[in-house]
Design a binder for this molecule. Structure first.
Ligand code: PMP
Length: 390
């Protein structure tokens, strides 16, 4: 058997998708002009399929600070913090994140994926038990697998199901680790965090919340869902990424002082190169921007409402709530693919999501809005969907 033969199903599917037009997986956006505009082939497009929630990828200050760090500290760190040493800005950003969250400790990682791997796989070793939402991001599943923990999945956003499973654990529940996300990236729905915190208060356990899609987006200060629901004190560790609202690359965990020990025993922290100076500098800049400009969040939610209402008005079936992530439910995969291509031809780029990436066997066109979209951009998205509505 050849090295790649076991992937023949994937190769065949990919060929099938490529045969009749643009390939939805790994689409090349030939030019990116701004946080909201780009070009695919000859077609100028409104970017409505990013995680750039606050629209800060082209923030002038963040670019200038990134460029200055590139010039002053070089293109890369070329090693891990444990072996090769931290740069001052790594430590400064950790202090700034800890301060932003009012927590004693923050640790940064090279990506959001690595943050989940680094924290969860180290805490969730053989003998421990982790309860995760069934729709958890792959990084949470992979972290549990790496750690070798026992995994119990509960039904998506179903606190009663979580409670039943916690009760079944008996005394072990007191040591269990519960992991949920803030905003879920495909449906734009949020974890029932108050109910989950109530379960934790009664039955024990530890609570980790991955705020990858809700950091910068929810809460009076942009700290995420836990802040928005007033339950930050009940969350043991908040995980996040620099690749969405912070408009760069990297990840973080914030928690209490005890979390510091992870620096010495988390393999995904120790055995990978630290984030590059320019990434760190641009994140420090966008973090400041988030703290000083709550109106960005307001604009984001206005845009979310405008798109949600516009698409609902056209008769499309959307996700369960108004959110910066606006999934449009489509019947079949073939229909999804042809609509996705037609949207590009009409100047709008969204994400085609097929099962199993989309929950419940759905095909969906995942639209996302950001704070940099103008009303005209949102109307252009709605117009493209209107033209294609049967
Ligand atoms: N957690 C969640 C919930 C995510 O959606 C993602 C990325 N989409 C990650 C973690 C990983 O973040 P990163 O892309 O920074 O590795």
């Amino acid at each position: 058997m050849g090295l790649y033969d076991k992937f023949s199903r994937f190769s065949n599917e990919r060929e099938k998708f490529q045969a009749h037009g643009l390939n939805p997986f790994g689409t090349c956006i030939d030019e990116v002009f701004s946080a909201t505009k780009g070009r695919i082939g000859d077609q100028k497009i409104v970017l409505a399929g990013t995680n750039n929630y606050l629209g800060l990828t082209f923030d002038e200050q963040a670019i200038a600070e990134g460029q200055a760090a590139l010039a002053a500290q070089g293109t890369g760190t070329t090693g891990s913090r444990m072996a090769n040493g931290s740069y001052g800005p790594h430590l400064q950003l950790e202090l700034e994140l800890a301060e932003f969250f009012n927590r004693p400790s923050a640790i940064i990682f090279s990506t959001g994926y690595t943050a989940n791997l680094g924290v969860i796989s180290t805490l969730a070793q053989p003998g421990s038990v982790v309860l995760i939402d069934a729709d958890s991001h792959a990084s949470i599943y992979d972290a549990c697998a790496l750690g070798g923990t026992e995994i119990i999945r509960f039904r998506h956003n179903d606190a009663e199901d979580l409670e039943r499973r916690m009760v079944r654990l008996g005394a072990r529940a007191r040591e269990a680790i519960i992991i949920v996300e803030g905003i879920y990236s495909m449906l734009g729905d949020v974890a029932p965090l108050r109910e989950i915190v109530d379960i934790k208060r009664r039955l024990g356990g530890y609570l980790l919340v991955d705020e990858a899609h809700s950091f910068g987006v929810m809460g009076a200060h942009g700290r995420g869902l836990a802040e928005a629901l007033g339950v930050e004190q009940d969350v043991d560790i908040i995980l996040g990424t620099f690749s969405k609202s912070l408009a760069s690359i990297g990840g973080f965990a914030v928690g209490n002082a005890g979390m510091e020990v992870l620096r010495y025993c988390s393999r995904p922290f120790i055995f990978t190169a630290s984030p590059s100076p320019s990434s760190i500098a641009s994140v420090r800049s966008t973090l400041k921007k988030i703290a000083l400009h709550p109106e960005l969040r307001e604009k984001l939610w206005n845009n979310a409402r405008r798109l949600y209402q516009g698409l609902t008005g056209l008769g499309y079936t959307l996700g369960p709530r108004i959110s910066p992530v606006v999934p449009v439910m489509i019947g079949s995969q073939a229909e999804g693919l042809s609509l996705w291509r037609a949207l590009i031809a009409n100047g709008v780029y969204v994400n085609l999501v097929l099962p199993p990436a989309a929950p419940m066997g759905d095909t969906l066109l995942r639209c996302s809005v950001n704070a940099a979209h103008s009303d005209e951009d949102i109307d252009a998205i709605i117009h493209a969907f209107a033209v294609l509505k049967k």
